[in-house]
Design a protein around this ligand. Structure first.
Ligand SMILES: Cc1cc2nc3c(=O)[nH]c(=O)nc-3n(C[C@H](O)[C@H](O)[C@H](O)COP(=O)(O)OP(=O)(O)OC[C@H]3O[C@@H](n4cnc5c(N)ncnc54)[C@H](O)[C@@H]3O)c2cc1C
Length: 453
């Protein structure tokens, strides 16, 4: 039995890893000239030798979902894991042009001007709201509105969740992005009681794992090590054009003119890339794949002298709701979170683009830096020219899991042969641990002989 894995991002690499562990022959096909997909760590250097480690895509991994940690352990990478600190410490939200700290502590909650007294009381009344116990999907916005009120949604929970998922909370599926919140409501009747119940039932064991992790030399450590330890047939610069059925298996046509035969396929490309490859397998599945929306996304990392960055307020991140109509979506002061990634005396600022102003991913370099500098001047008073900068951009590269998404994915899978599996960020979760899980599960599924029945 031979399996072809298409796409060499974290999902494809994880699928190949699982196949290898199960002793199954595989070919891994990646269109570009590098492994890792959106996992990309890069080094910037100035003429004076100052150097910086920046991430183009993901920069931290949540450990509540254990798949990335477990994979790092299997690969022998735990000695390289670092703790980047909690996601919300020092995080601000932009509201009507002003910066406000996200009220995460009780004292911040009571003193914040971000919420009115009425809005705060509504949030405190969360335990008394009627609970929904079915398994039907709803939008993130609807859930927050029901449990915590419109103000909490508008003023900080919406911007934070919208920022994390680079999406509009009004359309985002809660069952994909935060199923744990619905589980807490189902178990405990609400978020507050659900959290208490969880703490009571499973008192926090000391796992020795920070809540979020990264790697000393960047997240690409994980994908680099995976590709290094994979011993199968690995092919870069191999863009798959189309797949056709051939007997009980498949023929895979690569743009360089070669054709590969495989008994099973794991497609780890985005839904909007996958749809083009399987036109001859299932036009009905293609139609449903094309209905999954993808948004533009990109990041810029800009290096400044410390003295160019105002010292107050001490911000580690800023979430920008779409209603603020800015050209950028979020800002991370990377050096404040991970000072070890930068030569002393410099600050690295990372900007997220593509949500509020999708056209930014198509800007020329001078247009892009000009637009970003204008925003940084307006938001933080940073007027200096960066010492150096770099950008990473993905057109239609960020899947949007809208309400009903999981049902649609189930339907797509039913339309495809069982020996052709889908995995990756367009399907059952976008975070890196979700992608690892999906890649490995697809490999496990195909390794069962009845997938070929
Ligand atoms: C800016 C940004 C920040 C993020 N931050 C985080 C974070 O902090 N934490 C977190 O957990 N997640 C984060 N994510 C999400 C996470 O990084 C991605 O969902 C995940 O890396 C996707 O991996 P993948 O392998 O499924 O897809 P991709 O990385 O997109 O890989 C797909 C691969 O398929 C290849 N390909 C495409 N077409 C073909 C073809 N025809 N033939 C062969 N190969 C093809 C592509 O070249 C690519 O290498 C972030 C994402 C972005 C963009």
């Amino acid at each position: 039995m031979k399996i072809a894995v298409i796409g060499g991002g974290i999902t494809g690499l994880s699928a190949a890893w699982e196949l290898q562990k199960r002793g199954i022959e595989y070919t891994l096909l990646e269109a570009s000239d590098r492994w890792g997909g959106k996992v990309i760590s890069s080094k910037l250097e100035l003429k004076n030798g100052a150097h910086f480690l920046v991430e183009g895509g993901p920069d931290t991994l949540i450990t509540r979902k254990p798949e990335a940690w477990d994979l790092a352990a299997e690969l022998g990478l735990l000695d390289q894991v670092t703790d980047p600190g909690s996601e919300t410490s020092g995080t601000y939200v932009l509201d009507q042009g002003s910066l406000h700290p996200i009220p995460v502590s009780p004292s911040r909650f009571f003193s914040t001007p971000l919420l009115t007294l009425r809005g705060k009381l509504r949030m405190l009344a969360e335990p008394f709201q009627p609970a929904r116990r079915d398994d039907e999907d709803e939008s993130l916005a609807n859930f927050v509105r029901r449990r915590l009120g419109q103000e909490a949604l508008d003023k900080f929970i919406g911007p934070v969740l919208g920022g994390i998922y680079n999406t509009d909370p009004e359309t985002q599926s809660i069952m994909v992005s935060s199923p744990i919140m619905r589980e807490m409501e189902k178990d405990g009747g609400g978020l507050f009681m659900g959290a208490l119940l969880r703490a009571f039932r499973a008192p926090k064991k000391k796992t020795g794992r920070p809540r979020f992790v990264s790697f000393k030399n960047g997240l690409q450590t994980l994908t680099d090590e995976l590709s290094r330890q994979l011993t199968g047939d690995l092919r870069l610069n191999s863009r798959v054009e189309k797949i056709t059925r051939a007997g009980s298996g498949f023929n895979i046509f690569i743009t360089d003119g070669t054709t590969i035969h495989a008994d099973g396929i794991i497609l780890t490309t985005l839904a909007n890339q996958t749809s083009g490859m399987i036109q001859e397998i299932s036009p009905a599945a293609v139609q449903k794949l094309e209905a999954i929306r993808h948004q533009n996304i990109g990041t810029l990392s800009l290096v400044y002298l410390d003295s160019d960055i105002p010292s107050e307020p001490v911000i580690s991140g800023l979430m920008i709701p779409r209603r603020e109509k800015r050209m950028i979506d979020a800002v991370t002061f990377t050096t404040r979170k991970m000072p070890e990634r930068s030569t002393a005396g410099y600050s690295v600022v990372r900007i997220f683009i593509g949500g509020g102003a999708p056209e930014m991913v198509d800007f020329s370099a001078p247009q892009l830096i000009e637009a970003v500098q204008k925003e940084l001047a307006g938001l933080f008073g940073i007027t200096a020219v960066p010492q150096t900068w770099t950008s990473f951009r993905w057109q239609n590269g960020f899947p949007q899991a809208e309400v009903g998404h999981l049902k649609r994915v189930d339907e797509i899978e039913k339309l495809l042969p069982r020996s052709l599996a889908l995995a990756g960020s367009s399907f059952r979760g976008i975070a890196v641990p979700d992608c690892i899980r999906q890649g490995r599960e697809a490999a496990a599924k195909l390794s069962e002989t009845d997938a070929f029945g």
